[in-house]
Design a protein. Structure first.
Length: 221
């Protein structure tokens, strides 16, 4: 997967724009739909240092994430005041603590055996971090590493890509639907207009920024 975005430079900023700093409201609202059991594993692709990692582990889930940036992962553990051990794998470095394992390196190097028993994929600001020409590979990799039919909670953004270049990129609900066919069907859980909350994006010239939470469930194929 060829990448054009220099993510490491985003992480040299004190607080990258995409970092929420609080538990994602869709996650809190919609997680009960998935009827997970304590101890179940949740995969967070391209996890950054999201507060959601800590929150999910505090709810009793095992969290597995993958993130390119060492700075992001080390900040996550430092800010959460959690000790970790580092384990070198072939292409990734695992940062392990009870209930949380974050793999540092390229998502494309994840392996199915790192995600055994995974019961949910939580994709917030992850698909929208992937360039359009890489989204198919991202999806195919996902199908490779999680068990067939693993449900997903996915949060995406839709805006006029001619006005702003991204990342995050605009990935309309229809594109997510098309991308995940035929393996998944999609349910729109909620859409919210976010432009008032993002004055910088309005200044750039965007008139709308639609955020949507989606539930993906397996199709019989
Ligand atoms: C928009 S941020 C979202 C982070 C997180 N999901 C959140 O909600 O805060 C996208 C993240 O993906 C990471 N990333 C981009 N490409 C990656 C790749 N190929 N493998 C692993 N991480 C990647 C970036 O370093 C960045 O932290």
């Amino acid at each position: 997967m060829k990448q054009t975005v220099d993510w490491h430079s985003h992480w040299t900023r004190k607080s990258p724009g995409f970092h929420e700093g609080q538990v994602n409201s869709y996650l809190e609202q919609f997680l009960p739909l998935y009827k997970l059991q304590p101890g179940d594993t949740i995969f967070m692709p391209l996890c950054g240092k999201a507060v959601d990692i800590l929150w999910l582990s505090q709810q009793g889930y095992q969290v597995v994430g993958v993130e390119l940036s060492e700075v992001a992962i080390e900040s996550f553990f430092a800010e959460s005041d959690i000790d970790f051990v580092k384990v070198q794998h072939e292409n990734l470095v695992a940062y392990e603590s009870p209930g949380i394992t974050l793999y540092q390196g390229n998502y494309m190097n994840m392996q199915a055996d790192y995600l055994t028993g995974c019961k949910l994929v939580y994709d917030r600001a992850s698909i929208v971090a992937i360039e359009s020409f890489n989204r198919k590979s991202y999806k195919l990799k996902m199908l490779d590493i999680v068990s067939p039919g693993t449900p997903m909670l996915l949060v995406t953004l839709d805006y006029d890509q001619t006005v702003m270049q991204g990342p995050p990129f605009s990935v309309p609900v229809s594109e997510v639907e098309e991308l995940y066919l035929p393996e998944y069907q999609l349910e729109l859980l909620q859409s919210n207009e976010q432009i008032e909350e993002r004055p910088k994006w309005r200044e750039i010239g965007l008139g709308s920024l639609l955020e949507s939470a989606l539930r993906l469930t397996a199709n019989e194929v």
